[in-house]
Ligand binder design. Structure first.
Ligand SMILES: Nc1ncnc2c1ncn2[C@@H]1O[C@H](COP(=O)(O)OP(=O)(O)OP(=O)(O)O)[C@@H](O)[C@H]1O
Ligand code: NI
Length: 366
């Protein structure tokens, strides 16, 4: 059977807020196979960052009320802080959403890179490695850091090595962050919207770069984005997230060819409006996490919602061998039939946007 690198099972994450308990993550299941790039897409506030920060153990204020996070078969939630920290150092690495907040402004790029090489690497290595690392000369470490800067396509690596973060452009800083994240050759890389702070061309470059590096080092990646186009480009498996739940998951191409959940379909249809943000094409907004709906969290925005949808939580279920959706329209065969009707009457579910384009072209030609 499969032996995934990461398996998140029925994860629930809550926060205490002034308005009460915010039930942000509501039973997420997630699998990252070895060597695979998995994306999570969803609109702003749907819980993407909370999910990845929980995986990395970076949210001490969060209450993880239920669930398991298995990494190489070991439940991270049961590990001591020290052990978790060690995993994070070598095996897992993260590229943060905001490059400026993730880099320390008072140290040069080089100082920060050397720091990672000297200290973080130590947690993971055996004693022989440790002794070897300890006596490895500063010059050697410097060489390795500069080599990594070169690998992320920084053309003047020596100069960047000596620079302070403020002296660099946003794109350059993001490259530096990628270099730092890859320094210890992690098995697992989490990238939380590494492109958001950048202009489109720079983002495309960064994506390409990440893709190359990941292939070369056989790294598994969990990639967070609110951009379906980006997710399509970079991922093998796609998870659509809505209000702290995974509402649909499938191999990326399958998901684009046969989107099933009404939310996914809404997202695909609103691609032309992406400049206004994902989800902007779907009327309504995310529910209040301190007072979430009883049934489907998307029901209020779903023109096809029925009584059952408002009363019963739809769980993620397999609809095809590699495809799962959390929607009552897909529960059992009779419901599948019901879905066939829904396809024609559902306002968001016309033909997918790219097919609509093709049809139009054909009409023009005639
Ligand atoms: N430490 C916290 N305490 C209380 N609520 C939090 C905390 N961190 C996040 N939240 C809430 O959890 C929800 C999900 O936030 P999250 O940052 O995961 O969204 P996101 O999907 O990453 O959005 P974006 O695309 O804007 O980054 C939000 O409503 C947010 O206010
Ligand atoms: Ni986020």
């Amino acid at each position: 059977m499969s032996n995934p690198l990461l398996e998140v099972k029925d994860l629930h994450v809550e926060f205490d807020t002034y308005d009460g308990t915010a039930q942000v993550i509501n039973g997420i299941d997630l699998i990252v196979e070895r060597g695979e790039t998995v994306a999570i897409v969803g609109e702003s506030g749907c819980g993407k960052s909370v999910t990845v920060k929980t995986i990395l153990g970076l949210l001490p204020e969060a209450d993880i009320s239920q669930g398991e996070i298995l990494y190489k078969g070991e439940n991270l939630l049961e590990l001591s802080d020290a052990k978790r920290h060690a995993r994070r150092g070598k095996e897992m690495s993260m590229i943060m959403q905001n490059p400026m907040s993730a880099i320390n402004p008072v140290f040069t790029v080089g100082e920060q890179m050397l720091d990672v090489l000297k200290w973080q690497g130590q947690h993971r290595v055996g004693i022989t490695d440790w002794v070897r690392d300890k006596f490895r000369s500063e010059a050697e470490l410097r060489e390795r850091a500069i080599d990594m800067l070169e690998q992320v396509d920084i053309s003047a690596p020596e100069r960047v090595f000596e620079s302070y973060p403020v002296e660099l452009s946003g794109g350059m800083r993001q490259r530096v962050l990628i270099a730092i994240a890859l320094l210890l050759e992690p098995d697992f890389l989490i990238a939380d919207e590494p492109g958001t702070a950048l202009d489109v061309t720079t983002e495309a470059n960064i994506l390409e770069l990440l893709d190359d590096i990941v292939e070369e080092h056989d790294t598994s990646v969990l990639y967070i984005t609110h951009d379906l186009g980006v997710a399509r480009e970079i991922s093998d498996q796609l998870n659509v997230m809505y209000a702290g739940e995974i509402v649909e998951t499938a191999p990326t191409e399958t998901l684009f060819e046969d989107p099933q959940h009404p939310y996914t379909r809404g997202l695909l249809e609103s691609i032309p409006q992406l400049s206004r943000g994902i989800g902007a094409g779907i009327p309504g907004k995310l529910p209040d996490y301190t007072d979430p709906p009883t049934g489907c969290r998307f029901a209020d925005r779903c023109p096809h919602a029925e009584t059952e949808c408002r009363e019963v939580v739809p769980h993620l279920r397999r609809t095809e061998p590699e495809h799962a959706a959390a929607c009552h329209l897909f529960e059992g065969d009779p419901h599948l039939d019901r879905h066939q009707d829904a396809v024609t009457e559902f306002p968001y579910i016309g033909p997918p946007p790219w097919q609509a384009d093709t049809d139009e072209t054909e009409v023009d030609v005639r």
